[in-house]
Each structure stands twice: as structure tokens, then as C-alpha cells.
Design a protein around this ligand. Structure first.
Ligand code: ADP
Length: 655
């Protein structure tokens, strides 16, 4: 280790040697000076830890030398131990040297005390040197660190792919990096000549200054925002700006601005926004249903139009209650499967027609299409065509009804021709015969013979009259409804009257007839119409009774009167039970049984006008039982309701 230098100053050689001897130590290097001047000189070359100085010396004495030492910057801190024989001198010195390390020793010197004192100052000097060395090392390290950081910052600043600039408090650029100049389209020098505000779009300037002001005032640590800046060529740039406020060591404040050009992203975002707005308009306009279906089939989003089509609420959609399965209407499994396969393979499926099950149980007819939406499922649209479809179906129904009615009309014309010709042929033959006989007759014709000859003529005429009557009824009942003339009518008497009137016909059919009308059943009905009902049922029983017994019965309870007509004839297959009550509805083969198929339709109309009903039991080969049920006191006064629709009227009139 380097020896510690100690300066010994004394004009007397023996004193100097005495000090030298007392302080002899391998760790010390003793520098000797025989005067104040020599001491000052020695201090120019030696860095000493402590000075031992005689007070009384010729020339400049110890005190003066000490004063001169204190004046020197480098030596000011060196502790001085005065060596004197006079106590008074020392006290005076202490008054003058209250600052700095100063001590004294009285002559004759105590070598032990001298060494102890010197060793204390030497130790202090070492400590001080150590501290100085450490702090120097620290300072150097700090400097190196700072230089490194500054270099790092400089490199970062210069090479940063984002714009960085420092601006003074009054907004002038102090330092800008190349990227910032590049973003703003001008050279660095050019930019440094401008202010921060100059490069901001006038429309955003106020907002920016306000926000920067908040950062400068310390209200916010930093500000981030998007602003429009001006490019040197006048174009508008969209910038993501971060501004921080830094106060330097010299107290000067600097705004640090980090500038990112987001014009491209912003243009895209704005374009996207505008496009979204436009599509949102379509989505919200309610013209077309739009929905999103997650991969698990749950409908997660739906616009108002879609909700309207399916009859569910937005809350139900949000709660995840709606799924493709729930909406699927039966009968479209194949369409659905095809659409899903297309969606999987091509990312979209062609528009297809299908039906949704609405919440209210009804069905909505839609045209549907969909595209996949990445991993999130699919987006679909649905156009409600229920009204169009209903109209289409209605048209189809109308068309088929029209075709059916044309078919019925053609059938009817065939039947009518056949039916009318049937009684007409024997009538014509008989009348022609009679005329020929009358022409050939030599003697007057016998009345009983003539009556017999006229019998088939009468029968055929009655049959023709009935046929024509029922044809007229069709038109009357269809166009004008069933006008009723209500009066007190006894069903039992009416049935008996009809049976009596039809006796000859019944006898010809050889069907034994039983009429059970034990008690009168009186109600307010239309006598003629009820008569027509019984006549129609009885003549059918005769016609289809296959010569087997016929039973007619009338009974009642408090509310209703019942007429039952039972035969044991050919019966009616189950599937025809309803149809035979329709206009021209027939079940029996025409070649065996004639008839327009109008009788039961007329029966049904009349009974319906009385608010009653007709019940039928029948089995092929076992016969039929028709029961007419008539309320005794009609609920409302029966009106002359038009019983046919317009088409029915048209059909009838075109027959
Ligand atoms: P029509 O007898 O002139 O054909 P209706 O309207 O009186 O017309 O009867 C309709 C059809 O009902 C008949 O064509 C016949 O097939 C069936 N029908 C009616 N009454 C009976 C019955 N008592 N037994 C078997 N079939 C009957």
C-alpha cells in the first residue's frame, strides 16, 4: 500500500528530527519543511494527510502559513497540528481557526501522544480518501450509465419506427426523430421551425391543446388520443398520439409526443363503420330477417324482422332459448340437410324455401339463405313470404276447386241428361202409342183402359216434375238461402202425410214400411220444408232399401224433435258419409241408381236453417239410419241466410 504522507514543518533542525523520530513508521512518508514557504511549496507536490507545524518560525510563522494553506483549494481540508511551547498562542489560533481540522501539541513533545494524534488524523485522511474514491467510482459509474442510457435513447429515438418529438412548453418542436418528419412529410429542420400546433388539423387543435394542458397541469400523467394532423402536402393524417410531460433537471419542461400514423387503419375503420351503418340500416329496416346461428345451433342474434317472423322476443333469443331445431317445421328435413351440407362445403348455401314453426304454433313460410361466419357459426337471412305463399296456396286451392266444380258440372250434365231422359223415354213411347191407338180406334176408348194407360204417363211426369223441382231447389237454396215460414208443426202428422202420399211408390218397391208416430211432436218449424226433408229421406230409403223393411219413427225430448228413417238396404261406405251431404255428392253407381245427388244436400240445408243437424249411421250391406234432430224452440229466429258462396252461385248458374 502507498505510504501516507505527513508534512513536518519546523525551522529548528533538532525539533524536526525529534518529530521525524517520533513518527518513524513504515506506513508513513515524512515530508520535511524548514519554513512556512518550504511547507507551501511541498504542498504543491505532495498530497499529505496531516501537517505538523511549528508556530514560531522566522519569515512567515506557523499561523500565517496555515492561513495561506487554507486559501488554497486543494489544501484547505488538510488537518494542521500546531506544535508550540506557548499556550496563549494556541488559544489565539483556535479563535481564528474554528473551521477545519486543527489541533495542537505542546512542547516538549510526548512522542506517544504525538503518534496517537497523528494516527487519528491519518485514519481520518484514509477514510476521506476512501469516501472520495468510492464517490468517484460511483460518479463514473453513473456517468457511464447515463451515457449508455443517452446513447440508447438516441439510437431508439433515431431509429424508432414511430414518430417521437420533444416540444417546449410553448409548443415548439425541440427535437424530432426522422420518422416523425417522415410521417409529416417534411425535413427535420423544416419541422423544427414549426410548432406542435401547426401540424395539427384546425378542427382538432382545440381539443388537443385542452388535453395537453391537462397533462402539463399534472391533472393526468399522460394523454392518449386520436387526432387529425396535417401532412406537408395538405393531406389529412390520422394520428394516434401519446403526450407526456417531463420536467428536466434544469427545471425546463418538455412535452414528449409519440406519434403513430394510423391513417390507413382509420380509413379502413371509417369505411367499415360506414358500411356497417349502411347494413345496419337494412338490418333495422324490418324488410328482411337476419340472424346468427352459433355452431351448436343456438340462435344468438336476431333482428326485429326475424323476431317478427318467428314470434319470439329478443329476451328469449338473448337467453339462448331459440335454436334451429326449435324453429324447424316438420317436412323440411331434406331441404335443411342439403342446405347445411352446402354451407359446410362451400361456406354458403343457395336460397331455399322452408317453413319455421312460430312460437304461437303457426308456421311462417320463408325464403332462407346463409353464409358461414368463420368459427362462430353462420349468418342467415329469411324473407317472409307467408302472404305470397298463402295467396299461392289459395290460388291453387281455388284452381283445384274450379277444376273439381267443372268436373262435377260435367258429371252433373251427364247425370241430368240420363236422368231426364229416363222418365221422358217411356213417356214419349206411351203418348205416341196412345195417339196411334186413338187414331186407329173405331169405337170410343174405354175410360178405365185409358186411366191404366195414363198411369205410367203420370208417374213419368211426376218423376220429371220432381227432378225439375230439385234442380230449381239447388238454385233457390244456393242463391237465396232457405227462406223459412215458421208455424206450429207436428212432426208425427207430417211423417204420416208423406208416407201416405208416397204409398204407391213404396208399394211398388215392395219395401214393408212401418211408421211409429205414437205422440204428436210439435215445434215451430217450416211445414213444407220439413215435409221435403221426410220425403227425400223416405224416397232414398225406398230407392236404396233393396226391397227390405223401412222403419220411420218420430220421437222427442224437451228440447228436440227426432225423425229416424231406417232401412236395411245397400248401406253407405264410411268414407262417403260426409260427401253424400254435399251438392251432387253421390255414392251409389249411376247405372243402378239414378239421381242428381241433391236430396241429402237439400235435407242438410233445410235442417241447418232450423239450427238442427242430421246424424248418419250406415254400413255397406246392413242399411242406413238417418236421424234428423230439430230444436223445438230455435235459439234465434232462423234467417234467410245465403247458404252458398259466390263460386257456388256461379257454379249453379253455369250448370
Ligand atoms: P241421389 O239419391 O239423388 O243420388 P241424394 O243426395 O239423395 O242423391 O243421396 C246422395 C247419395 O247418398 C246417393 O247417391 C246414395 O249413394 C247415398 N244414399 C242416400 N241415401 C241412402 C240410403 N238410404 N242408403 C244407401 N245410400 C244412400
Amino acid at each position: 500500500m502507498e505510504a501516507t504522507k505527513i508534512l513536518l514543518v519546523d525551522d529548528q533542525r533538532q525539533c524536526l528530527h525529534a518529530l521525524q523520530a517520533a513518527l518513524e513508521h513504515p506506513g508513513y512518508e515524512l515530508v520535511l519543511a524548514s519554513s512556512g514557504e518550504a511547507a507551501l511549496k511541498a504542498l504543491l507536490h505532495h498530497d499529505v494527510a496531516v501537517i505538523l507545524m511549528d508556530v514560531e518560525m522566522p519569515g512567515i510563522d506557523g499561523f500565517q502559513t496555515a492561513t495561506l494553506i487554507r486559501e488554497r483549494e486543494k489544501a484547505r481540508q488538510i488537518p494542521i497540528i500546531f506544535v508550540t511551547g506557548v499556550m496563549a498562542d494556541v488559544q489565539a489560533v483556535f479563535r481564528g481557526y474554528t473551521m477545519g481540522a486543527v489541533d495542537y501539541l505542546l512542547k516538549p513533545l510526548d512522542a506517544h501522544a504525538l503518534r496517537a494524534k497523528v494516527s487519528v488524523f491519518v485514519a481520518l485522511w484514509h477514510q476521506k480518501r476512501e469516501i472520495e474514491r468510492t464517490s468517484e467510482a460511483l460518479r463514473l459509474a453513473e456517468m457511464r450509465e447515463r451515457t449508455y442510457i443517452e446513447a440508447l435513447y438516441d439510437v431508439t429515438f433515431e431509429d424508432a419506427p414511430i414518430g417521437i418529438g420533444h416540444a417546449s412548453q410553448d409548443g415548439h418542436w425541440v427535437r424530432v426523430n426522422p420518422r416523425l418528419a417522415d410521417i409529416l412529410g417534411c425535413g427535420r429542420e423544416q419541422l423544427l421551425a414549426r410548432s406542435f400546433q401547426d401540424v395539427v388539423h384546425p378542427a382538432d387543435r382545440g381539443r388537443l391543446l385542452e388535453n395537453v394542458g391537462r397533462v402539463a397541469s399534472g391533472a393526468e400523467p399522460r394523454h392518449r388520443g386520436q387526432y387529425r394532423f396535417l401532412h406537408a402536402d395538405g393531406a389529412t393524417l390520422w394520428i394516434a398520439l401519446t403526450v407526456s410531460f417531463i420536467r428536466g433537471l434544469n427545471g425546463q419542461a418538455v412535452h414528449l409526443a409519440i406519434v403513430e400514423d394510423i391513417s390507413e387503419e382509420k380509413q379502413l375503420a371509417l369505411a367499415l363503420e360506414a358500411s356497417e351503418r349502411r347494413f345496419a340500416r337494412l338490418r333495422e329496416a324490418g324488410l328482411i330477417g337476419i340472424f346468427h346461428e352459433a355452431p351448436d345451433g343456438i340462435i344468438t342474434e336476431a333482428n326485429v324482422a326475424f323476431l317478427k317472423i318467428i314470434g319470439y322476443t329478443e329476451e328469449e333469443v338473448r337467453a339462448g332459448k331459440l335454436s334451429a331445431t326449435l324453429l324447424a317445421a316438420p317436412g323440411y328435413a331434406e331441404v335443411e340437410m342439403r342446405a347445411r351440407a352446402e354451407l359446410r362445403e362451400c361456406g354458403q348455401c343457395a336460397t331455399h324455401e322452408k317453413e319455421y314453426m312460430r312460437k304461437d304454433g303457426g308456421r311462417a313460410y320463408v325464403i332462407e339463405g346463409a353464409v358461414t361466419a368463420g368459427d362462430t357459426g353462420a349468418i342467415g337471412f329469411a324473407l317472409d313470404v307467408t302472404v305470397t305463399k298463402d295467396a299461392e296456396r289459395e290460388r291453387a286451392r281455388f284452381l283445384s276447386e274450379l277444376q273439381e266444380s267443372i268436373r262435377v258440372r260435367d258429371d252433373f250434365l251427364n247425370i241430368a241428361a240420363h236422368e231426364l231422359r229416363n222418365p221422358l223415354t217411356p213417356l214419349l213411347v206411351q203418348v205416341t202409342n196412345l195417339r196411334a191407338m186413338a187414331a186407329r180406334a173405331m169405337t170410343p176408348i174405354e175410360a178405365s183402359w185409358l186411366a191404366r194407360q195414363l198411369e205410367p204417363v203420370e208417374r213419368a211426369t211426376i218423376r220429371l216434375a220432381r227432378l225439375i223441382e230439385s234442380l230449381l231447389d239447388v238454385s233457390r237454396l244456393t242463391v237465396g238461402g232457405v227462406p223459412l215460414e215458421l208455424e206450429n208443426v207436428d212432426l208425427a202428422a207430417t211423417v204420416r202425410d208423406v208416407a201416405e202420399r208416397m204409398r204407391p211408390e213404396i208399394q211398388r218397391s215392395e219395401c214393408p214400411l212401418t211408421v211409429r208416430t205414437d205422440v204428436p211432436v210439435v215445434g215451430r218449424w217450416d211445414r213444407i220444408r220439413i215435409d221435403e226433408v221426410v220425403a227425400n229421406l223416405l224416397s232414398n230409403a225406398v230407392k236404396y232399401g233393396a226391397g227390405k223393411p223401412i222403419e220411420v219413427e218420430v220421437d222427442s225430448d224437451e228440447q228436440e224433435g227426432h225423425i229416424c228413417v231406417r232401412d236395411y238396404g245397400i248401406g253407405i261406405p264410411r268414407q262417403d258419409h260426409e260427401r253424400i251431404f254435399e251438392r251432387f255428392g253421390r255414392a251409389a253407381p249411376l247405372q243402378h241408381y239414378g239421381g242428381f245427388g241433391l236430396g241429402l244436400w237439400i235435407v242438410h240445408r233445410i235442417v241447418e236453417a232450423h239450427h238442427g243437424r242430421v246424424e248418419l249411421w250406415s254400413e255397406p250391406g246392413k242399411g242406413s239410419l238417418f236421424t234428423v234432430i230439430l230444436p223445438r224452440i230455435p235459439l234465434t229466429e232462423p234467417a234467410c241466410e245465403p247458404l252458398g258462396t259466390k263460386e257456388e252461385a256461379w257454379r249453379t248458374s253455369s250448370l
